[in-house]
Each structure stands twice: as structure tokens, then as C-alpha cells.
Design a binder for this molecule. Sequence first.
Ligand SMILES: Cc1cc2nc3c(=O)[nH]c(=O)nc-3n(C[C@H](O)[C@H](O)[C@H](O)COP(=O)(O)OP(=O)(O)OC[C@H]3O[C@@H](n4cnc5c(N)ncnc54)[C@H](O)[C@@H]3O)c2cc1C
Length: 439
Amino acid sequence: MSFDLNTEQRAFRDVMRGFVDEKVAPHAAQHDRDQTFPQESFDACVAMELPSLQVPEAYGGAGADMVTQAIMAEELARGCASTSVTMLISKLGMLPVMNFASEEIKQSYLPRIASGEIQASYCLSEADAGSDVASMRCRAVRDGDDYVLNGSKYWITNAGVSDTYTVFATTDPSARTHGITCFLVEKEWGVEFANHEDKMGLRASPTGEVIFHDVRVPATHRIGNEGEGFLIAMHTLDRSRPTIGAQAIGIAQAAVDYAGQYMKGRKAFGKPIAELQGLRFMLADMAIRTEAARALVYRACATIDAGDPDGALSYLGAAAKSFASDTAMSVTTDAVQLLGGYGFTKDFPVERFMRDAKITQIYEGTNQIQRVVIANTCSSRSSWENPLSTLASFAISSLLHPYLIPTSSLLRDRWATWRPFVNDNQASGRSAPSRVETN
Ligand SMILES: Cc1cc2nc3c(=O)[nH]c(=O)nc-3n(C[C@H](O)[C@H](O)[C@H](O)COP(=O)(O)OP(=O)(O)OC[C@H]3O[C@@H](n4cnc5c(N)ncnc54)[C@H](O)[C@@H]3O)c2cc1C
């Protein structure tokens, strides 16, 4: 595994920097103030063919590696965090399609995502089911060749803007995580939307409720089998979290760059504050943390590109996302401090960086949930030598918290190794859905 960018990745990063400075960053403050969708930035991204990077070549995309996709997310976030998530969200919505849908569905939707003609959203959370996904109430009932969806999904990025919605609903509430099923739903099939949230940060990215009143979804648009939705959701988040880390690094880097420049021009006690050692050390610490976070994020992305040879992706992705987002929060807070009173005003961008950084600690699983994932993996590792004790702790922890099942995708991927030791009833009773691995 390489620990540095290759020539193409470097060249792409340089192009992205120029593109973001010219076409994206100039619109960020206005859309943040007005809470409006960054349409001209999105159109510029489409003109640059950025949506194609995240789609495999077989479906009309450029099939870029994950490291390149992270470069895109980081550089966009350096200029406008909302535009960055706007570009990432269709990938999040389409990962279940890329990895688990029928060939027909892939051919029908992915080329249009790649061209930027349509956008996708990912609908997992509900008003009373965020971290605790198993408590979801959105219901799907089979009716002939269709499923009928009723319920609502909360906090959905691009609600109303996207053309397709990847929806997780329960087909068997009593089975909790094992009763969740995934569907691809088109907006035009009667999906309704409530008002967008008035948020502290990421204000140019619309977030809202997606509502289903007797929405009929053809069974052909079920992704995976009934009951496989939870595993599909977590498999997807494992592959998406590193790019949220990339978004966080972009925000942090913007704060380091802005504060560094500001300190050269601002004078106190007759000299630039850039000459005050206490502040120089603070700036250096911000840069160190940002570089460390970048290394972890790019490592997680390179692990996806390498096909996750050690089965460590859940763990690495959670570590990268949580470390990078905690870093972005502390670095942007320090940047506000380095600008003094001016940093606290909307005339300077660092307060926006600080507000935008906050969401990276919350979505795609809060950083507390990432730590549950990481701690569970640490505990599992020590018992790998003993399959029965691992299964016992896995079964107990599955009862305690739903995230402990995806946490254990490591364990699940080793299922074949354990199968001779136990009968199916002793564990979750489920094997991983059949899938084609795509990043
Ligand atoms: C701007 C924005 C965009 C979003 N976009 C999407 C989207 O596109 N699609 C989507 O499905 N969701 C989306 N979300 C939802 C987001 O993923 C959830 O908000 C998040 O998972 C947390 O869920 P919650 O808000 O219900 O918090 P809760 O689950 O109620 O958590 C409250 C607190 O309890 C902590 N907590 C909960 N359980 C545990 C535990 N076991 N151990 C330790 N601490 C715990 C949490 O860390 C948190 O601090 C978005 C949210 C926001 C704000």
C-alpha cells in the first residue's frame, strides 16, 4: 500500500484546487447565508464530470479509485463543505445499487448518476431512529408485484432535490435488524417532502423529511433480499465514512490556510501576530493534526482500493471518520481564536468552517457510534483465536446494540472460517448478502 499520492492523483488534486478556487469557493458564503442549494457550483462540478468519478466504468462512469474520490471531497470541502456533501450524497445513495442491485437496476440508474442528470439520497434515519437504526418504523408491505411504503425518513440530505431515494424500511418489525429491507424509490412515485431544517452549518445542503403515504414500489426495485437491509446499510457506510473524513480534512485545511495568512497581516504590539511564538505553535499544532487526519483518511481509502485485505475496513473507516472530524472541529475552533474578535464575525469565513465542521462529527454515525465500532473491533480481535468465545460475545453484543453487527463485518467476513464450529442458530442466523464488491 502506497502512503503517498501517485502522479495522476497529484495532478488531479492540483486541477481540483484551481477549479474550487475559481468555481466553487466564491459562492460558498452567499449560499451559507441564504441557505440555498449551490446550483452553480453543482453545475460546474457536472461540467467537470465529477459525478462520473464515483461510478464504475461499466456503467458510464470514470471508475476512479477511492483515494481520488477522497481528493475530490477534500478539495471541494476546502472551498464549500455543502458542495462537497452534495457530490458525495449520490454516491452514498447509489452504493447499495452498485453492490447489491440487479444488473437491470444498475444499467437503468448508474449512467444517469454518472452524467449528473439525476441525483440520489440515502434514507436510513428516522425521527426516533438515528443511532438506533433497529427502532425504525417506516414499513414496507408486500402487495402482489409491489411493496407499499408508509412512514417517514428524517434528516435526509438532498430531500426534494434528489430524483431517487434509497430507502430502508422494515418488512418484519419483530425481527428488528433482521427485518430491514432496502428499496430504490423514484421521487415521481408519490414521495412527499416536508420543510427543510434551518441548520447551524452545512446550510447550503438541504436536509429534510421524506414522507411515504402508500407509495407503491415495484418488487424489482428491492435491493438485496428481504431482511438484508441492515447489512446493506452498514456495508455502505463502511465504504462512505472515509469520504466524510476527507470532507473534514478539507474544512480543517481551509482553516489552517486562512489563519496562517491572516496572522501575517494582523499586527499587535507593533508586529504581526505571526511572529508570536505561542500563536505559531498553535498554528503548527493545527497543521500537524490535519496532516495526521489526512494520513488516516487516505489509508482507509487505500484499504478500500486494495479490496480490504485484512478485513479491517469497519474499524479503519470509523477511526478515520472520527479522528478527522474531531480534528476539523478543534482546528476550526482554534482558527476562530487566532482571528480574535474578527473570527467571531460573519465577515470572515472561519466561523463558517467551524459550523460546517460540526456536522462531520454527527452524520453517517456519530463519533460516539464510531467509538462503539472501534472498541468492539478491538475486543473481537483478541478472541479471534477462539471462534466459540468470539461468537458468544458477538451474539451477546448483538442483543445489546445493533451496530455491533456491522461492527463485526470483520467477524461476518470470517464466517466461513467459523461455520464448522457452530450451527447457524448459535449466531445471527444470517450470512452476508451476496454482493459484487465496488468501492
Ligand atoms: C445535516 C444532517 C444531514 C443528515 N443526512 C442524513 C442522510 O442523508 N441520511 C440519513 O439516513 N441520515 C442523515 N442524517 C442523520 C444522522 O445520521 C443522525 O442524526 C445521526 O446518526 C444521529 O442520530 P440522532 O440524530 O437520532 O441522534 P441520537 O441517536 O438520538 O443520539 C443522541 C446522542 O446519543 C449518543 N448515542 C446514541 N447511542 C449511543 C451509544 N450506543 N453509545 C454512545 N452514545 C450513543 C449519540 O452519539 C448522540 O450524542 C443527517 C443528519 C444531519 C444533522
